[in-house]
Design a protein around this ligand. Sequence first.
Ligand code: GLY
Ligand code: MN
Ligand code: MN
Length: 473
Amino acid sequence: MLFPQSTYVERRRRLRELVGNGLIVLFGNNDSPLNYPANAYKFRQDSSFLYFFGQKRDGLVGVIDADSGEEILVGDEIDIDDIVWYGSVQSVKAMAAESGMGSSAPMSRLAELVSEARAKGRAVHFLPPYRHDTQIQIMDLLGIHPSKQREGASTALIDAVVQLRLVKSEEEIEELERAAAIGYKMHTAAMRLCRPGVTEQYIGGVLDGIASAYGCLPSFQSIVSMHGEILHGYPSPRPLEAGRLLLCDAGAETINNYCSDHTRTTPISGRYTQRQKDIYNIVVDAHDLALTAARPGVRWWDVHMAVCRLITERLKDLGLMRGDTDEAVRAGAHALFLPHGLGHAMGMDVHDMEGLGQIHVGYDAETRPSSQFGLASLRFARRLEVGHVVTDEPGIYFIPDLIDLWRREGTNAEFLCFDEIEKFKDFGGVRIEDDVLITPTGCRFLGKERIPYHVPEVEEYLAAHADQSPIVF
Ligand code: GLY
Ligand code: MN
Ligand code: MN
């Protein structure tokens, strides 16, 4: 286990206290086949299961009785075939003892535990499932069809899990620092490889390889594309072209499943053109603005809005927008260029706890979500607290289909200079992303070494490392 037993015991004690009553059932993940049962994806434990029990084996379920305090680790023992092929692992009983739980039981006992609780009219709390096999487990146990399980999930449990997981402890921050250090290796390797002729796919492969070599996995599918305007543009076998920008958005998960998430947008020829600098420097300033604004007590919503105003002002200077800045931002006109939010919570999930529902994680009674295009994609908006970890990832994109659509429909036409915007349709997109920890006095980036992002540093780094590809290909 990553942390001492007492950490998991205390987390579960607080969970019981917050949920108050009923039977809490937390499902671990099962092995997930790729193309036939024995050929599985690399196993990834469910983050909440890992947070409360610390155990990484597949096929486990944790049961916590919030009334009596009884805790049972449920799972079947592996058999001799498993041992022959994959080696021996701890027994379920030994894992339960290691996690500080009173008892263990085989999977057949789970249905009885749930039935007994229901027969007494007690609540059975579960989190919204995101894997089909877990949905089948819940359907078998509770008779709830998968299509109704999201609404059947326990809000009390979701809120309690969010409250606990959102604030990172010192030990968790150390782990996030490790993830950021791997992210530094990944992104500086991508920058050293970024030159005409190398393929997006090759760079993506190197990024993924570094994430796996130093940690568990990439924290999400790596985004590597000359088409930075495609927000999630996955790498293609296309060779990089001189004069264009390459957007790399990638992160690592440590071996203990804490994440990083960084984006850099690198000039393939080694230097930004003046036009690229005009746009890129707006994103740099937006990125830096977030660092000066974020501190405990400030809403991330307001930081996002400050960034939107800065982008609007500067696009007005370039002749791409016009009109009153506040009105333009209120109308959502800037979302033509920034159709996503400034950032999201990050932790054991790269979009931390997104599976529990954005409204529960990023919003609260005070800060409610918007349905406006762009703002609706702000995944985190609530008031910042010490120990929150959020990504700071502004961007500016020129999405030809979106430009055409808004122009055709006259969307926000009073704030948008479409004739000028047309000239940028071949530009692509820029995003810069780092991970930010909220501290008592403000905030700081995670990661000791900064992946270069200011124009002079990037160009210097590229010039200094032009002949130092991390891998001979
Ligand atoms: N997975 C892309 C991002 O949130 O940065
Ligand atoms: Mn990212
Ligand atoms: Mn991100």
